[in-house]
Every structure is written in structure tokens, then in C-alpha cells.
Design a binder for this molecule. Structure first.
Ligand code: SAH
Ligand code: SF4
Length: 334
């Protein structure tokens, strides 16, 4: 799919034509301009030529059948991955990529190991959601939630991510409520500042993963640039300005960041979050390389300590490990 030229092609036409075109793509979810019967035939041909709607992708379905990974081919030949998570009871979440690769190179993350190629455009981000929206529509279903937890650091591609969110959220777009859209970040401070000022009700998730700088820097090289104190301070500003509850993500890595002292240290660190509008989401590490996941018993104990300290804790359900579609496993190849 390539919509970059759509506005140019329709720029001399009355405004409503662009609106109509957007509706056919994002609401009617057509995959060929010939399905846009309200458009003259000559236009449809030109649009098929210059703004093709076909999405070139390959899909893999996980064994339990509750997650689908798509490998999408971009016009310049690069590839990105996106994942559909089916929670049951009609809840469908799409996990979007924001960059091809990621420049931050976190040690636990397969995307980080691939290096960085480029930022995605807003439309390339939306295309991922359109792909699954089309698939779900065939079964009379739709996307309910969007999470920016795929490849890349969304806060290093802020404008395009926000541009994509506008289309995802728009009534003439995919019409997904802002409260059902979440951005996960390592803590890029300049973007945290900007998000606090956006009039959108989107959710924020912060990838913390360690309770102290030395340990965090071993996992996340960018912690040197965005150390915990600075991130916490900006998080507090964000909470003061938005009053929106934040998710604190914490990977559980065997004998690395998962012992009792570290749980207590984490609880102490989190006391600095004022107002205390947050909950912790524990993520069992999905093996990529180098580390082992914490055993279930340790996760249970870690969770208990946090609860005893008055911290709200949830545990992330693991999807699609068999097709390398789980958090941190997206590397742009099958
Ligand atoms: N760059 C952003 C968003 C993409 S990663 C960020 O890092 O927050 C989305 C989530 O997957 C993050 O919380 C990240 O820490 C987590 N993740 C990365 N590698 C993982 C792995 N191997 N196992 C489990 N979660 C992982
Ligand atoms: Fe980039 Fe997030 Fe992976 Fe770190 S965890 S390398 S920030 S995608």
C-alpha cells in the first residue's frame, strides 16, 4: 500500500473527494480502488497505479490460534512486523511497529539487535492496522486496542506516531478511541514532555525493567542518556499535567533483576511517582539471546513483595512465542 501521493493526486478536486477517499480506505477497508464505485473509472485506474491499496504481507498464525504475525513489505523493500492479539470475548489488540529496527539496542530485545534502518511514515504505521482491520472485517470483527509495542522506539519517531494516532482515532479513519491506544517507551524525555501537552487521552507505558541506574544501563544502553532520576521527574510532570494512569513495564529476567531486594528497591523507587497514578506490569522475558526468563515461582514472589508494599501489579499474558510474535521478538524476518 502506498498512500503518500493521495493528497497530491486529489488536490485539484473538491475537498470532499479526499474525505471520501479516506473513508473508503479506512472505514470501508477496500483493497482495490475498483471497489470505490463512487469514483470515476479513470480515477480508479490512476489511483490503482499511483496509490496501490494492496498490502504485500505474509502471515504466521500461532499454535493456540490467538495471535497472528504479519511481515509487511514496504515500498523500498524493507520489512516490518506487526501482531494481532486475540484476547477472546471480541477483544482484539494490534501491536504496531514505529520504526524499521531500533537505534537503542536494548540487550534483551531482538529488534534492538537488528540495528536501525529508518523511521516509518504515519501512513506506514496505519497500514499495519489496516491490514488486520481488513482481515477481521471478513469475520465481522474489528480492532479494539492499539499498542505501540512492536519494532522501534515510538518516541524517537514522535511526529509520525502522533500523525498515525490521529488517523487511527479519527471517525473517518479507523475510529479507535484514544483511551484504547497505548505508547510504550524507554523514556525519551523530550517526547514525554510533548505528550503531556497533547490534548489526546492516549495511554503511556514506561519500560523500566530495573530499579537502579547501574543495572538498567546494563540492559538499556540509552539509560545513560535518559537516567532514572530524569525519567521519573518527567513522569511526574506528565502525571501532574494529564492525570492519566501510567503502566510501568518490568521484564522478569532470571537472576538479573528478579530477587527480593530488587523488588523492595523497585517499590522504593516507585514511591517517587507522585501523584501515584501507576501500576506495574510484569513481563516474563521472552528468550531472544543471552538471558533466561524468571521461573514462575520467582515472578509470584516478586509480585507478592510489590503487593505487600502497596503497589498495584499485573502480569502480562504471553502471546505467540512459537511464531516469534511475543514482546521483543520482532526482528523483521520469519
Ligand atoms: N521501544 C519501546 C516499545 C517497543 S518494545 C519500548 O521499549 O518500550 C515493547 C515492550 O516489549 C517493551 O516493554 C519492551 O521492554 C518489551 N520487550 C522487549 N524485549 C522483550 C523480551 N525479550 N521479552 C519480553 N518483553 C520484551
Ligand atoms: Fe528499541 Fe524498545 Fe527494543 Fe529497546 S526494547 S531496542 S527501545 S524496541
Amino acid at each position: 500500500m502506498n498512500l503518500e501521493r493521495l493528497e497530491n493526486i486529489l488536490h485539484s478536486e473538491p475537498k470532499f473527494r479526499l474525505k471520501q477517499a479516506r473513508q473508503t480506505i479506512f472505514v470501508d477497508l477496500i483493497s482495490d480502488w475498483n471497489q470505490a464505485t463512487n469514483f470515476p473509472l479513470a480515477w480508479r485506474e490512476k489511483l490503482n497505479e499511483d496509490c496501490p491499496l494492496e498490502i504485500k504481507a505474509e502471515t504466521l498464525i500461532s499454535q493456540p490460534g490467538n495471535s497472528v504475525k504479519a511481515l509487511i513489505y514496504l515500498p523500498d523493500g524493507l520489512k516490518i512486523e506487526t501482531v494481532l492479539l486475540e484476547h477472546g470475548a471480541g477483544r482484539n489488540t494490534v501491536c504496531l511497529s514505529s520504526q524499521v529496527g531500533c537505534p537503542l539496542g536494548c540487550l534483551f530485545c531482538a529488534t534492538g539487535k537488528t540495528g536501525f534502518k529508518r523511521n516509518l511514515t504515519a501512513l506506514e504505521i496505519v497500514e499495519q492496522a489496516v491490514y488486520f482491520a481488513r482481515l477481521l472485517k471478513k469475520e465481522g470483527r474489528q480492532i479494539n486496542n492499539i499498542v505501540f509495542m512492536g519494532m522501534g522506539e515510538p518516541f524517537l519517531n514522535y511526529d509520525n506516531v502522533l500523525g498515525a494516532i490521529k488517523i487511527l482515532n479519527d471517525k473517518d479513519g479507523l475510529n479507535i478511541g484514544a483511551r484504547h491506544i497505548s505508547i510504550s517507551t524507554i523514556g525519551v524525555i523530550s517526547s514525554l514532555k510533548k505528550l503531556a501537552k497533547e490534548p489526546l487521552q492516549i495511554n503511556l507505558a514506561l519500560s523500566l525493567h530495573a530499579p537502579a541506574d547501574d543495572l538498567r544501563s546494563k540492559l538499556i544502553p540509552a539509560n545513560k542518556k535518559y537516567p532514572l532520576d530524569a525519567v521519573m521527574e518527567e513522569l511526574n510532570n506528565y502525571l501532574e499535567q494529564t492525570g492519566r494512569r501510567v503502566m510501568i513495564e518490568y521484564l522478569m529476567i532470571d537472576k538479573f533483576n528478579d530477587d527480593k531486594e530488587q523488588a523492595l528497591e523497585l517499590a522504593t523507587l516507585l514511591k517517587k511517582i507522585q501523584p501515584p497514578l501507576f501500576f506495574v506490569n510484569l513481563i516474563a522475558y521472552n528468550p531472544t539471546a543471552g538471558f533466561r526468563p524468571s521461573p514462575a515461582k520467582r515472578i509470584f514472589e516478586f509480585k507478592k513483595i510489590l503487593r505487600d508494599q502497596g503497589v498495584d501489579v499485573t502480569e502480562r499474558y504471553r502471546f505467540g512465542q512459537d511464531i516469534k510474535a511475543a514482546c521483543g521478538q520482532l526482528a523483521g524476518n520469519k
